[in-house]
Design a protein around this ligand. Sequence first.
Ligand code: CTP
Ligand code: MG
Length: 228
Amino acid sequence: MNYWTVIPAAGQGKRMNAGISKQWIELLGKPVLAHTLHVFENDPHCEGVILVGSEKELKQMQDFVESFQYKKVRKIVPGGKERQQSVYEGLKVVPIDTDFVLIHDAARPFITQDSISQLVNTARETGSAVLAVPVKDTVKRVVENQVEETIDRSSLWAVQTPQAFRLSIVMEAHGKADEEGFVGTDDASLVERIGQTVAIVMGDYHNIKLTTSDDLLFGQAILLERQG
Ligand code: CTP
Ligand code: MG
């Protein structure tokens, strides 16, 4: 099944504290964004990619897309202050006759074709699906340095991107959240809010988001292992 992809890349990478936003950090000689785009560029089912960049980096992003000669990147649009706004700006320029859209963070460069295929197959049946992995640590709710509750881990999953949705569903969800001033921590939470069921697809523990500098160590190890 064919799909479009929206890639939010308009953040500042404050927690990484690298002096540049995360998609420009080089891993094994290539910017993170090049690693992220690789799978979508090579997936025949991906019809097009919308890149969302911060206003001040739009030119840099354009130059990057030209220098790597990406064929799938159809548009580069300015994002917003919050990730949710950036995604919504990207969704607004996906062709209206598109059935399914994937939303994938630029800062998650280790996504594989295998995970995308499984996600898309599930979304086709359910309308909405997200990649996630079972939580490995014991998680406690803490208030003022004291444990309030130990949460039953057997039902906890750590959610990743890509997240796949029927375009009409995710547009309705973002429109409603925007109107009502609701901010969620992912796109699926907006879709859940309009009463849609979101399916979970087993993801991959290597599909990490680069958030702090520790993640770069693991990231480099993942790439070295893949190089063989
Ligand atoms: N993002 C975005 N627009 C924003 C904020 C974030 O497009 N206003 C994107 C980031 O570029 C990233 C993804 O959303 O690819 C996930 O966000 P996050 O990991 O939080 O990245 P940053 O916001 O850049 O990092 P930080 O929160 O540490 O500043
Ligand atoms: Mg952020």
